[in-house]
Design a protein around this ligand. Structure first.
Ligand code: ARG
Length: 256
């Protein structure tokens, strides 16, 4: 009888402590990580009624969620203009930027970047039948880019005139409506846009556009956050989760 009681007491203790444990996990006792993004960049981040963190979904949001889970921390997404992200990071308004952001040398001067989790490149989106076959064909064309994206830097460095829009969808509308000839933007996002808009095609030019490495940005010297981010990203690269997410969100993104 005594042993039975002991066993029962032990069982009760185990049940209680595991209940406590789940309680803890739910409350995310170790704090919150605030990620800044610009949810205008499918398949990496977009607004959706099926969002996995609030109304946000995409490859980056899934990675952010995993970073939180791995550290028993809550994750908050701050959606802002792409141009404001690095400023918000420097101001301490956000802990990290996860936004399909290319780790460029210029940006490296002001922030630290994680391990690369995705490799992309700039491509040109044109209307079917366009005579733009390579980057230099854009010389006398109406070019549209997205403000602050690496695509803008590329076109600027080529010395071509262009117009910059705040959102990829606005740029695509210009093209669809015949108000411009070409939109320069990152490859995976371009794929989403041509899937959503009939009559648009992608033109690549590997001699003109170098590959770009996407990474998470943290404030310079914030090794604590950088280590957390890197641990999760490296795990997700190794076990194939990043590949799975890329394939899943390339298929369908439920963007609205
Ligand atoms: N890769 C490009 C860059 O770093 C575009 C990123 C746009 N990301 C976004 N979430 N809007 O400039």
């Amino acid at each position: 009888m005594k042993t039975l009681k002991k066993v029962a007491a032990l069982l009760a203790a185990v049940v209680m402590s595991s209940a406590l444990f789940t309680g803890c996990a739910k409350q995310k006792a170790s704090g919150t990580i605030v990620f800044g993004t610009n949810a205008e960049f499918p398949p990496f981040e977009f607004v959706s009624s099926k969002g996995i963190i609030d109304q946000y979904d995409g490859i980056d949001i899934a990675v952010a969620k995993q970073i939180g889970d791995d550290n028993n921390m809550e994750v908050k997404i701050e959606n802002m203009e792409f141009d404001s992200l690095l400023i918000a990071l420097k101001n301490g308004q956000i802990d990290a930027v996860i936004a399909g952001m290319t780790a460029t040398d210029e940006r490296r001067e002001s922030v630290d970047f994680s391990t690369t989790y995705y490799v992309a490149k700039q491509v040109m989106i044109v209307k079917e039948g366009s005579d733009i076959k390579k980057a230099t064909d854009m010389a006398d064309k109406k070019i549209v880019v997205i403000q602050g994206y690496t695509g803008e830097t590329c076109v600027k460095e080529m010395g071509y005139k262009y117009e910059a829009f705040k959102k990829g969808t606005e740029a695509i509308m210009e093209l669809v409506n015949g108000k411009c000839d070409v939109v320069v933007i990152d490859s995976a996002t371009a794929q989403k846009y041509i899937g959503d808009n009939k009559g648009l095609v992608i033109v690549e030019d590997d001699t003109a556009f170098e590959s770009e490495e996407y990474a998470v940005a943290v404030a310079k010297g914030n090794t604590e956050m950088l280590n957390k981010v890197n641990a999760t990203i490296e795990k997700m690269l190794k076990d194939g989760t990043i590949n799975e997410l890329s394939a899943k969100y390339a298929e369908s993104d439920d963007a609205e």
